[in-house]
Design a binder for this molecule. Structure first.
Ligand code: ATP
Ligand code: MG
Length: 424
């Protein structure tokens, strides 16, 4: 016997049925984002490792422990992308997009890779839908990208998700806050988890979003970053709130939203779901402003703001909602005798050319087993072809949900079906 090969841990197959839920989210996102004028960008799954080290940050969990990094045959260090913002910024710079389009709006969707401990909603290959807007430093731009997520969630019928917002300040005020925070944390240094003891030295803001319970308590008593904002950062944040109010978007001001990446400045936000299906993986997405990133990667001095949503988590929520997304089979064609198989097979092909969804069992088999299959695939109508139907050019169109069969002419079947399938 040959040995079975299994899939890679933390990387999931998606089978038809599930994929329909995913396609529904992707389709809805494309539709909503295009209303806002965002165009899709597709970058490679693999990038130069240095891109993530320089943008996401060496001290972050992502770069420090979660990246899939390897040397290619030419000895270059490459990494599977752990997130989408840095690759998009790289492409934006590489193609001098800012020269042609001073305000650039992009979205992307695709797989990301992080070597993480797995549980529900946390995988090693996961998928993000994200958007980035380059070229506007205005609060309106921050609110526009949040509004896109709000409209997407609304369209998907996911109402139990709350928007949390914060400001991380800028180069003028963040160092002041950081000093105050370090002073507070030093007082509790021995109680922090091992990771946070390191963070305290290298990246103290990160302690604020540690998931360890004791660290959270200590963070809870820490000084509030919003009270340290300089005047321009405060004005920016106030305007973000005012514009959210104007759009009637509900939000919670949460000074603990730090985000796990180094490149954020000013506004940061997270969308947090209340549903228990996600367990501790309750953040469905997050984002913020990153005015320094493009320049730090060798590009022009261009402000930017964006978000990334976890597609896997959105789909888990959507599946819980019990909605159905696949389009059913319009017609199942069954054959009553072997002599009718050719006619039925040809008829099925002809109807598909006319745009209908038609299934035919290529295995043949008894009429009973064919009708069972028609039921199983959820066909709306079924039609049996036997010798009488071939002779007369007429058949009975049977609504699978029940009701009277109706006589149809085979040569008018496409039109009849179309009228019948269009809701009145
Ligand atoms: P978390 O705090 O849950 O680890 P994060 O801050 O690391 O999230 P981001 O880098 O902000 O996540 O990514 C944006 C979104 O992508 C997350 O809110 C989440 O929905 C999704 N995401 C991140 N990592 C994973 C993963 N390993 N598996 C599934 N989804 C993920
Ligand atoms: Mg993470």
């Amino acid at each position: 016997m040959s040995q079975k090969v299994s899939g890679v841990k933390g990387m999931n197959d998606l089978l038809p049925g599930d994929v329909e839920v995913w396609q529904h989210v992707e389709r809805t996102a494309r539709d909503i984002f295009s209303r806002f004028g965002y165009g899709e960008v597709r970058t490679p799954i693999v990038e130069d490792t240095a891109l993530f080290v320089r943008s996401v940050g060496e001290e972050t969990d992502i770069v420090g422990k979660e990246m899939y990094t390897f040397d290619d045959k030419g000895g270059r260090s490459l990494s599977l992308r752990p997130e989408g913002t840095a690759p998009a910024a790289r492409a934006y710079i590489e193609h001098s997009v800012g020269n042609q389009e001073p305000l650039t709006r992009w979205f992307y969707m695709g797989p990301m890779f992080r070597y993480e401990r797995m549980k529900t909603g946390r995988y090693r290959q996961f998928h993000q839908i994200g958007a980035e807007a380059y070229g506007s430093k205005e609060p309106a731009q921050d609110v526009e990208v949040m509004d896109m997520v709000v409209q997407l969630l609304r369209q998907l019928g996911l109402s139990d998700v709350s928007l949390n917002i914060n400001s991380l300040g800028d180069d003028a005020c963040r160092p002041v806050y950081q000093a105050r925070l370090v002073e507070h944390l030093r007082g509790h240094a021995s109680e922090l988890c091992a990771d946070c003891q390191k963070r305290l030295e290298r990246n103290p803001l990160r302690v604020l979003d540690c998931k360890n319970e004791r660290c959270q308590q200590i963070a809870g008593a820490a000084p509030n970053i919003l009270e340290s904002l300089c005047e321009p950062c405060r004005a920016h944040f106030d305007e973000v709130k005012r514009k959210l109010d104007a759009l009637e978007i509900k939000y919670v001001v949460n000074p603990r939203i730090m985000r796990g990446l180094d490149y954020y400045t000013r506004t940061t936000f997270e969308f947090i779901a209340a549903h228990p299906v996600l367990g501790t993986a309750s953040t469905v997405g997050g984002g913020g402003r990153y005015d320094k990133l493009v320049k730090s990667l060798g590009g022009p001095d261009v402000p930017a703001v964006g978000f990334g949503l976890g597609l896997d988590r959105l789909c888990l929520l959507l599946k819980e909602s019990g909605q159905h997304f696949g389009r059913p089979t319009d017609l199942f064609i069954a054959v009553a005798d072997e002599g009718s198989a050719d006619v039925a097979f040809t008829l099925a092909s002809r109807l598909r050319r006319e745009g209908l969804r038609v299934e035919f069992d290529t295995r043949g088999g008894s009429l009973k087993s064919q009708m069972k299959r028609a039921d199983k695939v959820g066909a709306i109508f079924a039609l049996v072809i036997g010798e009488a139907e071939r002779q007369s050019g007429q058949a009975q169109l049977k609504p699978m949900a029940g009701g009277e069969p109706m006589p149809v002419r085979l040569d008018e079947l496409a039109n009849t079906l179309r009228t019948r399938l269009t809701p009145a």
